[in-house]
Design a protein around this ligand. Structure first.
Ligand code: FES
Length: 136
């Protein structure tokens, strides 16, 4: 689990907002997921269109490693020529085993909104990439 902090006065557990350094921005290749191990968790980091995304690296279907998957834009449209549009602002991560696709911004499955992967907050500090495992 992440870094729980027990509050003595109330006995409640809150979660640390700590950001962990996962590497330099130059360590990540555009559109190619990278696997990092962060405090016991497997996290897939993806650089896409100037943004950095971090998601849980295991597929909810059959536990495949999503960092071995492919990233691409969402394609919309029909089956006829010219009906397809590219939504490059919507990065999708496709599972390498059976192709389930997840929106890296929200973690939701493209085909089933009740199925999702955990997303993590990211930030850049200079040339460094930071990830928070916090639930907040
Ligand atoms: S294990 Fe990911 S889609 Fe089947």
């Amino acid at each position: 689990m992440t870094n729980p902090v027990l509050t003595q006065a109330t006995g409640t557990v809150r979660w640390s907002k700590r950001m962990d350094d996962v590497g330099a921005i130059g360590d990540f290749i555009e559109g190619r997921p990278a696997l990092v191990h962060l405090r016991g968790r497997e996290v897939a980091i993806v650089k896409w269109n100037g943004e950095i995304y971090a998601v849980a690296a295991r597929c909810p279907h059959m536990n495949a490693l999503l960092s071995a998957g492919m990233v691409g834009p969402r394609l919309d449209g029909g089956c006829k020529v010219g009906e397809i549009s590219v939504a490059s602002e919507v990065p999708l991560l496709a599972c390498p085993w059976h192709g389930w696709q997840f929106d890296l911004r929200t973690g939701t499955s493209r085909w089933d909104s009740t199925c999702r992967i955990r997303t993590y907050r990211t930030a850049r500090e200079g040339q460094r990439v930071k990830v928070s495992l916090s639930l907040e």
